[in-house]
Ligand binder design. Sequence first.
Ligand SMILES: [Mn+2]
Length: 334
Amino acid sequence: MMRFDDAREAAPAFATVLDAARHPLVLTHINPDGDAIGAVLGIVHAFAARGIAASAVVWPVLPRCAQVLADADRVTRYQPGAQLPDADLVILVDTASIARLGPIGEEHRAWLADRPMVLVDHHATNDAGASLNLIDTSAASTCELLAQLFGAMGWTLDTAAATALLLGVVSDTQSFQTTATRPVSLRVAADLIEGGAAHQPVVTALQFSLPGPTAMLIGQALAGLQYTDGVAWAVITEAMFAATNTLPEDADEVLAVMQRLDGLRACALLRAYGTTTRLSLRSRPPIDVAALAVRWGGGGHRQAAGATLAMPLDEAVALVVPALRAAVDAVGAP
Ligand SMILES: [Mn+2]
């Protein structure tokens, strides 16, 4: 097992493994976001330019912003019980552990363990379970890391690959606003745009494409917003999703508004997901919400983390809100 935390240092080892792959399979975490799908398609296009057809499987669906990316419709949406495409190398991106693969990981644990696996990620809670790992927790996105890695490996990126990576860089930094954003995040974006990445379609896909139903979901969820002394929380019930005809990923837009609250220190969005509750946590430094998420079997970054709780919404609220309040109080006054 090899682990690197710097793309340049990792490049020779990655070049050896990626150059030898003939049937790579790219996987990412459940409910892939812009960074995850940008990384998946960035890799698929980088291989395609070298004459290698990589396959990619996600679960359950691609995020809406992926529509702007070439060949997004060729990413397979996993059906529980299905086989995975034959592969001589598994490439795991933006994923902290096999458990974060959801049913793909649960149903193919032995198959995955039998194959060489490389991993590129920036999550602080990554368990480095692959044979070759690049985990740079200071990277603002996995796509930023991949752009550095491909550059150091000497792989040239075409417009399709560069656009996919740019989507990940811009979305995971929330347009270069997150605390994780660093000078290299902007340099990587500049290089990608210089290399042909389609900047305006990415911006339109991420910033100017809010669907009407999602706006209504924001209204319903925020009508119940609770906000006192720097701690905010809100819930999304299955009834709200049904009434507005929205999807779980639309909840991210609710969080985006909550994060703008004046004086916010930490916030939680809890949404019903069948018999479980999906929890998303956000904070401003120095509040560490990854530590909280880990307590409930989740993970993430210090300022953005999540977990899936095996309990209904009301029980999850009773568990999470006091714990979030305690975490904020433990840090003391801002
Ligand atoms: Mn990411």
